[in-house]
Design a protein around this ligand. Sequence first.
Ligand code: NAD
Length: 384
Amino acid sequence: MIIKPKIRGFICTSAHPVGCEENVRRQIEYVKSKPKMDAPKKVLVIGASMGYGLASRIAAAYSCGASTIGVIFDRAGKDNKTGTAGWYNTAAFEKFARADGIYAKTLNGDAFSQEMKRETIELIKKDLGKVDMVIYSLAAPKRTDKEGVTHSSVIKAIGETYTNKSIDPAKKTLNEVTVPAASDDEIAATVKVMGGEDWKDWIELLSKEGALAENAVTAAYSYIGPKLTHPMYFNGTIGRAKEHLFNTAKEITAEYDGVKAYIAVNKALVTQSSSAIPVVPLYIAILFKVMKEKGLHEDCIEQMHRLFDEKKLYSAPVTDENGLIRLDDWEMREDIQTEVSKIWEQVTSENLSAVTDIDGYSHDFESLFGFGVNGVDYEQDVEV
Ligand code: NAD
């Protein structure tokens, strides 16, 4: 069928298989063009189908020749309904990896569940023996825990209601959003979903079942950002969950002999998850404008390649005084943030296109689902 984007707010309910494949191919080409590294060799990526997880998988496979097992939660296409972008991305990644002689297998199901953990560990033991790296890159709205309780995360401020400018990327308009303050229960639920409890469960089970190599490295991702976004992110419910994630990294390192857990603080980028956070999309549109003008713009794949290469995630991670790997180093540069703040004050509905990279933002958003990708003929009939 001929597939068109069906965008509602920050969600697109259709995806284009050819566009998704082209996106994956380009990420692979980028990594292939860079010098190779020799480790890690066997990598588990949890949340491997989109954004930072997919880019981590590609970086590990194509920089280091690593065998990868991915855990995803996606849907295949059926009749006249397209699959999810993550499903197409993963199908494409496996196709390319196989053609290049790189082991890649994927398990599709809820990574928070015990069944998925057991199934994954069985596959690791059967095919790889042990993994020497675990990337934890889930971004999810809810989690059913081991006890069968379902927790829903919220993106809210803490303490008091927060109002600021934001954008509607689909309509390319400026608006104002008011985000209510979260209740204690909502804060706790968000920590349950986006904090480190499930990450530690994975490490615990992998270790107990003998599927984790001695001196294995594990990493999860976080964001800090400038003061401008703090009420919404760093000091909000998500920030609270990320604080828990950070403490979990310390616990994993302390409790599992030889295993080292790290938090990489990544750059703000357009992903399915970040587009759901109020205020942040406008910040990203301004940030892109400034970083592109200074030749410093990166996407997920450049960030994840830098994590393995310059930041040496596997061998000797380069961290700040708090033990964090700072991939947001360019974003947080003083000259960048000064310029961003200046534009933030000036931006209006009238000058939105001129002073921000709203077009780049919208393009990246569509492209997450395989639309607007250069070289793809969207008038062609495709098999979903
Ligand atoms: P994303 O939405 O692009 O990817 C999330 C992945 O998790 C998807 O592949 C999704 O299918 C998978 N997933 C969700 N629920 C799942 C489940 N139950 N089982 C299996 N897979 C599941 O998000 P992202 O932006 O790449 O986020 C990944 C991590 O990076 C998050 O921790 C996020 O906070 C962090 N991060 C994101 C940004 C940003 O700007 N996007 C910046 C810094 C850090």
